[in-house]
Ligand binder design. Sequence first.
Ligand code: TNX
Length: 522
Amino acid sequence: MKSKQLQAALAALVIAGSGVLVTDTAEAAKSTALQELVPQPVQVQPHTDITYTLSPSAKIQLSSADARKPAELLANILRPSTGYALPIENGVTGDGIVLTNGADPKTGPEGYQLDVTPKQVVIRANSVQGHFNGISTLRQLLPAKAEAKTKQQGPWQVPGVSILDHPRYHHRGAMLDVSRHFFTPAQVKRYIDQIQAFKINYFHLHLSDDQGWRLEIKSWPELTKIGGSTEVGGRTGKLFYTQDEYKDLVAYAQNRGITVIPEFDMPGHTNAAQASYAELNCDGKKRPLYTGTEVGFSSLCINKDITYKFVEDVIKEVSAITPGPYFHLGGDEALSTPDADYVTFMNRVLPLIKKYGKTTTGWHEFIKTTKDTTAIPQFWGTTTTDANVAAAAQRGNKIVMSPANRIYLDMKYNKNTKLGLDWAGLVEVKDAYSWNPGAYLNGVTEASVRGIEAPLWTETIRTSADIEYMAFPRLPVAAELGWSPASVHNWDRFAPRLGAQGPRWKIQGINFYASTQVPWKK
Ligand code: TNX
């Protein structure tokens, strides 16, 4: 056997899991890339006799205009690191990366096929989403240094493979609380880029809470002038997004295949609004601004009409600048709102969300007030039983799973973690992985689960480095749970794949938590 064939054969054996060591480092790097994907694709068929090498004259070729945004995303990543021009062209000819249609129907609305030939990497998908997802996979098949912002030395090899892939759940989300601490548009974009790489398709922004109102509402300008002037810890400044800044963030996400879900938390968690407008308080007196971290002390005034004028104006303005179909109304921990008032409030507010063309989503408490099966409860409890959520599932509602003791990114990893909270427990990487979203809540089966979301509350989180430390590696864990088939779920096989992301994150400058549970690749 020629040595190249021998190496290929050895690589095939490694993939088959025989544990044979491949001594040639380039061959080994290529073949192992197929075992290092997060999230794990549905089907990976290696072709060990094939390698594609990106050449300086390669083009990104489109067979449909639809694929232009995904193509631009890929070009913006690969041009700086490879130093190649990588022009984006319509039509398929010759060497390069091809984005085309005609994928196997099994790939569904978000899946893709990726086929590596000696001359091309062909990503086939029947939707823009599918192309974004295929590109996320291709990025992980290239050497980690392809992620660098400066020119690196090739070769830029992709191992021969045929992949067919599609998600387990439609909803794969990440939430960022920009109320407790405010994050600039640049910081938010940085996080959007990081979640996008793991096929996350929803970005939920928690835009109001006791400590801050973070989006300009033109008909209620004091909300940001007063309510958006401070945060936990008392820093002051312009700590809010203008509507133009918000629209820019939404477009930024959209250009990466991500739908923004805006949240305005009510009827509790409303001190910032109550500090901005006296009339939102039952006693007609403005509340002081709040920079602490307690929850449950605030409530809108349920029996005043002005409350609903306020809520309607917010829904109306936010809906007009949010292309996505969802409005998240919070609804959690309304501990200062009597139960009957909570029901009264929701009965008046839910129709307003419909009136402005949006679908309601909210923290799961609100679902006890409605029989609307299109409403989406987001379960954030720490129990495996919730009668109201189970009843909603029986009626046909789809549930987003965010159990706090599993997938709250603000929980400490262990008792020495400096950042974060521990009210739902300590959540090490393995704890975050070891649960099944489709069989977690009694009475909520796989078919009733819309997906999974990893929330990051920011009482203790102030910088991008802080965000990254809490989100990495647990956000990729959530992405794996949301995307990969239940049948591949296995910690011993997952941990090395996760560990293989380490070099990539180092190159990207991600400040990840190097858990000792994970065998990090050097
Ligand atoms: C509970 S989870 C909250 C938030 C806090 C979070 C901290 C939820 C719907 N409400 O207000 O920020 O705990 O972990």
